[in-house]
Design a protein around this ligand. Sequence first.
Ligand code: MTE
Length: 314
Amino acid sequence: MTYKTSRILSSEITPAKVWLQRRDVLTMGAALAIGASLTQSGHAASLAVSRSDYNVPDKPTPKKDVIGYNNFYEFGLGKEDPAAKSGDFKALPWSVKVDGMVARPTTFALEDMLKLFPPQERVYRMRCVEAWSMVIPWDGFPLSALLDPVEPLGSAKYVAFESIVRPSEMPGQRGAFQSLPWPYVEGLRLDEARHPLALLAVGVYGETLPNQNGAPIRLVVPWKYGFKGIKSIVRITLTDKPPKNTWNLAAPSEYGFFANVNPSVHHPRWSQASERRIGSSGLFGSSRVPTLMFNGYADQVAGLYGGMDLQASF
Ligand code: MTE
């Protein structure tokens, strides 16, 4: 399997080994370029993503919408509940445990994770899509920065994620009516998780991640629908079995494991051919734009799904 992008010069690519060593001294070149090698299905594959791949030309969604129109059921069902009801949530201190099929299980303190990359190298503007979409200037770093140091075993094929359970600070986790089973859980295939565009976000719009957006650390997988972006992560577990994911558990016929953005695979209750771009002005409120395959990141990620029936594996 070969990955290629049309916007990368070989001189811009830093081999993964060099990149990982350099992380300690934070001397990466001005144009961030990441080279990684994957061994999915036994084939060595080269993969390269340039700094420009992290940015999209689209106008960013206004900040008030990014931090005011959210899904975070631990704080309620309404889109305005997370901003209104997450004030009691304490995102510090925080750590993420990375365990399972790994040689070196590790608990990463938030402050150590923040040191992995200097802030100026953590800014990415990416699309985020569901039936509605936003273009969000995330501040984050590749998820692989936590996966590589723990040394996944050869038997590990998937990565499972778990959010925090803290009913005393999360009103949606209290009371007789529970919208979802807790903790919120998600999963990726290991090769997806190692893709340089799979990020852990720690900030947005140049500020520390607000509670409603998943403080202090959440997943951003820009070629997948928004529900894959699990918030307030406390545990990441390497496994050999496909992990459960909350929306698939809640409505298996509507939400699959992969959830790749795909304009030709429709949700049973709505078309996914176009999306309502929040904050953009159209005749009747936000304007609709055509949805792109893999949310516009096909050049970078289509190779992950070679030979798969994306209608069946939705
Ligand atoms: N993570 C947790 N823990 N709880 C949630 O309810 N909602 C998901 C995802 N991550 C959710 C979650 C859904 S449905 C979406 S669309 C995105 O978060 C929304 O992220 P945003 O509010 O930052 O746009």
